[in-house]
Design a protein around this ligand. Structure first.
Ligand code: SAM
Length: 430
């Protein structure tokens, strides 16, 4: 009976690379012969990778689907601390390009059999002798498996220049190791039917190469190498949004501060006017908790870092928890107050009550510094509090029509602790 692969063989090859990436955590990865970028699209979710590069001789095939590598809206709305840059090049693996040196992992999945044997020699020199990555994964068809594949006459693809037996593949790989200072383990994906595995091996044979000396061994350019310069053509490059970019950090921080300040203002005003129904509040909180627990169980994963992202479900759970932490931490903190028809929410309260705000800003003084020149955030004169409009504009206008001279805010301001006199001490108060 002909073998049927489940999952399909190409997925098994990609999964092999992904499992390797999960274990070894390479930061710079290049996929040679990346074709339609399908492996790169999976690797971009592994955010230990900071630089992800694809190379193919066929520019048209790269361009076909390369935009699928662009960040999606959640990458902008919930940026992570991790950095990721993706670059795609048109170029041949038989030519050197300086930009491909110094990588942690090079993958070559079902590529070498598309090269002539002379070009395989060049490939070996370029990859192992010039790029000198820490690790290389090479997969190629195992011709010993071919008799088990249905209706196959000749090679598995019309463009294949050869298909090697296990002995041929291993002979090439061991020569490479000797010439360029690597060792290699042989494995594969696509198992043979029961009882035949030993005789025919895997459908796709794989060599995993490690540079002798590992990450510590040097990867220095000689003058000759430096002359090779840039022989590939850059087709696409993108930087993923990251909180390490100061502008992005500010944007996220501002929206976080405004969100929590607004919540705090509403809660405080409800408490002040006695509109808050404690019993109903209690019921809502316990319902929310049950819902969150259910979501957590369903998702089965969560993140510990207050600003890290995972799936949307986890974000909601995290938000719910943040809210609980927020209200709990608030107890005993300096209160909000009304100042010149604005509600003044102390930064100290926001910083110590909201884990996201404190994680993003690092310190209370940094929080003040980051918000100081923000056009969307109004700070009190002494910079110790965020000022929010007391009421919705509509309500305010209605009120103004009713009574023009009612409220100068003077009396309340005189009772507000966030006045200029308090300035020196506000940070020490928390
Ligand atoms: N690695 C892909 C994957 O896992 O989905 C599939 C690779 S496909 C079978 C072989 C690719 O190698 C083709 O896209 C082809 O254009 C590319 N290729 C062939 N010769 C090349 C060369 N000299 N340099 C770079 N890429 C080459």
């Amino acid at each position: 009976m002909a073998p049927v692969f489940s999952p399909p063989l190409h997925r098994q090859r990609h999964q092999f690379v992904i499992d390797f990436v999960k274990r070894q955590k390479p930061q710079k990865v290049v996929d040679l012969g990346c074709s339609e970028c399908s492996l790169l699209k999976k690797l971009k979710f592994h955010r230990e990778i900071e630089l992800l590069v694809g190379v193919d001789i066929n520019g048209a095939i790269i361009k076909k689907k390369m935009h699928g590598l662009a960040p999606v809206s959640t990458d902008y709305l919930q940026p992570s601390y991790d950095q990721l840059r993706i670059e795609l090049y048109q170029g041949s693996v038989t030519q050197k390009d300086m930009r491909l040196r110094g990588f942690d992992l090079v993958t070559s999945i079902e590529l070498i059999e598309h090269l002539t044997l002379d070009d395989v020699e060049r490939f070996s020199e370029v990859v192992f002798g010039y790029m000198t990555p820490v690790a290389v994964i090479v997969s190629t068809p195992n011709s010993e498996f071919n008799p088990l594949l249905p209706v196959l006459a000749g090679f598995r693809h019309s463009d294949h220049k050869f298909e090697w037996t296990r002995a041929e593949f291993q002979s090439w790989a061991l020569k490479v190791c000797l010439a360029y200072g690597y060792d290699v383990e042989f494995t594969g994906v696509g198992k043979a039917p029961p009882g035949q595995q030993e005789r025919v091996g895997f459908c796709s044979q794989i060599g995993v190469f490690h540079r002798l000396g590992g990450r510590e061994s040097s990867n220095v350019l000689s003058d000759d190498d430096a002359e090779d310069g840039f022989s590939y053509t850059l087709l696409y490059s993108i930087n993923y949004p990251s909180l390490r970019d100061n502008n992005i950090l500010r944007r996220v921080l501002v929206s976080e501060v405004l969100y929590w300040a607004e919540k705090l203002k509403r809660r405080w005003m409800e408490e002040k006017t006695g509109e808050r129904d404690e019993a109903e509040e209690c019921l809502r909180a316990s319902e929310q908790r049950i819902e969150m627990e259910e979501k957590q169980t369903a998702c089965g994963a969560r993140t510990n870092h207050p600003v890290e992202q995972c799936g949307r479900e986890v974000l909601e759970v995290q938000e719910g928890e943040d809210e609980e932490v927020f209200w709990n931490n608030r107890k005993g903190q300096q209160e909000s107050c009304i100042l010149h028809r604005s509600v003044s929410v102390p930064l100290a309260v926001l910083w110590s009550c909201c884990p996201k705000v404190s994680a993003l800003s690092g310190s209370l003084s940094n929080l003040r510094h980051l918000l100081m020149d923000e056009p969307n955030v109004k700070l009190s004169q002494d910079g110790s509090a965020v000022l929010l409009q007391e009421q919705d504009l509509e309500e305010e206008e209605e009120e103004e029509e009713d009574n023009d001279v009612e409220d100068s805010g003077y009396g309340e301001a005189s009772q507000c602790p966030h006045s200029a006199e308090q300035e020196g001490d506000w940070e020490a108060n928390i």
